[in-house]
Design a protein around this ligand. Structure first.
Ligand SMILES: C[S@@+](CC[C@H](N)C(=O)[O-])C[C@H]1O[C@@H](n2cnc3c(N)ncnc32)[C@H](O)[C@@H]1O
Length: 306
C-alpha cells in the first residue's frame, strides 16, 4: 500500500544535507518518505529527530525505523522542537525540515475524516487527543465566526452564505459528518465551482482546528534559535497562506534595518540571521506533477543561517 508519495524529494535532500554526519530535525515525518531518503544519505554518527502530530503516521514510522539507532521519533507537534532537543541533548541542528499539511493517507483514509470525498465524522484534527473537532466549530460557533474562519483560512468568497446555511442546517440537525457539511456547501455553490468551494471550506476548518498557521510561525521562530550557523531550514508548503508565512519570515530575517522609513538614520542595529537560498520557490517538475498530481501546489523554500 502507498501511504504517501513524498514531494520534491531530491531537491529537499540536496538543499538540506550539508554534513553527512550532522544532526537533523524533521517536523512532519508522515509516512517516512523524506525521512528515509534523508537518513539514507547520513553516516552512522549522524542523528535524526522527527515529529508528527498524527498517531497513525507516528506509529507507522516508529515501526519502519525501529532498528535505526540514529532515529528518534516523537508523537507531538513540531512546535516542541526546543523541548525535544533538550531531552535529546542536542545543542543545534545542521538542517531543519517540514513538509506541511496532510498526507495522502490522511486524505484518502475514511477513518481520518479529512476528506469531503468520504463520509466520516467531521473531525479534521491531526492529533485527535487535543483541541476540538471541526464538528464543534460548525455546531457551536456564531455565524460570523464561522464565516470569518472560512474566509480567512479558506479564502472562500462565498463564506457568508455558506456560514448562513450551516447555521440554518444546525438549527434543525446537528452537523456530525463530512457528508452533511458537503451537502450544505453544495447547496449554495455553483456546480462549476463546487469542488473548489468544498476544498476551501474543509481546508479552512482544518487549518483552524489544528492551529496550523500559528504553529508554523512558532516553529520557524524556534527553529532559527536552534539552527547552527551554516545550517539550513527547508519548508515545503501547499497553499498560499503557509507559503506567505515562510516567505515573509525568511525575508524578515535577511533585513539589515527595521527602522521606520521616516527615520533619517538607522538606529536599530539589526543584523540579518538568514540568507535565502531559493530566490523563487522550488516547484515540482512537470514529470513529478504527472506522476503525482498532489505535488502540483508544492513550494519549497530554503534558507541558511548566517
Ligand atoms: C505532507 S505530510 C508529510 C509526509 C512526509 N514528508 C512523507 O514523505 O511521508 C504532513 C504530515 O505532517 C503532520 N503535521 C502537520 N502539522 C504538524 C505539526 N504542527 N506538528 C507535527 N506534525 C504535523 C501531518 O500529520 C502529516 O503526517
Amino acid at each position: 500500500m502507498i501511504y504517501h508519495t513524498p514531494v520534491l524529494l531530491n531537491e529537499t535532500v540536496e538543499f538540506l544535507i550539508i554534513d553527512k554526519s550532522g544532526v537533523y530535525f524533521e517536523g512532519t515525518i508522515g509516512f517516512g518518505g523524506h525521512t528515509n531518503e534523508i537518513i539514507s544519505k547520513l553516516t552512522k554518527n549522524a542523528k535524526f529527530i522527527g515529529t508528527d502530530k498524527d498517531a497513525v503516521a507516528y506509529n507507522h514510522c516508529k515501526t519502519k525505523f525501529e532498528d535505526n539507532e540514529r532515529v528518534k521519533l516523537y508523537n507531538t507537534s513540531f512546535i516542541n522542537i526546543l523541548n525535544i532537543s533538550r531531552i535529546e541533548f542536542i545543542e543545534n541542528y545542521d538542517g531543519i525540515f517540514a513538509d506541511l499539511g496532510v498526507s495522502s493517507f490522511q486524505l484518502d483514509n475514511k477513518d481520518s475524516g479529512f476528506s469531503f470525498r468520504e463520509d466520516s465524522p467531521l473531525d479534521l484534527r491531526m492529533d485527535k487527543s487535543k483541541g476540538y473537532p471541526a464538528a464543534f466549530v460548525v455546531n457551536t460557533f456564531s455565524q460570523d465566526e464561522i464565516a470569518d474562519i472560512i474566509y480567512k483560512y479558506g479564502e472562500e468568497r462565498n463564506s457568508r452564505l455558506i456560514a448562513k446555511k450551516i447555521v440554518e442546517y444546525r438549527n434543525e440537525n446537528k452537523i456530525e459528518t463530512t457528508g452533511e457539511l458537503r451537502k450544505i456547501v453544495e447547496s449554495v455553490s455553483h456546480a462549476k465551482f463546487v469542488t473548489k468551494s468544498l476544498s476551501r471550506v474543509f481546508q479552512a476548518l482544518r487549518i483552524f482546528v489544528n492551529n496550523e498557521l500559528e504553529e508554523l510561525e512558532d516553529f520557524l521562530k524556534k527553529s532559527l534559535t536552534i539552527l547552527k550557523v551554516g545550517g539550513r531550514i527547508a519548508i515545503i508548503s501547499f497553499h498560499s497562506l503557509e507559503d506567505r508565512i515562510v516567505k515573509e519570515f525568511f525575508k524578515q530575517q535577511t533585513l539589515t534595518c527595521v527602522c521606520p522609513p521616516e527615520f533619517p538614520v538607522c538606529v536599530c542595529n539589526t543584523t540579518p540571521s538568514l540568507k535565502i537560498l531559493t530566490k523563487k520557490p522550488v516547484v515540482p517538475t512537470e514529470y513529478e506533477i504527472d506522476e503525482n498530481s498532489r505535488s502540483r501546489s508544492a513550494k519549497l523554500r530554503v534558507a541558511e543561517k548566517i
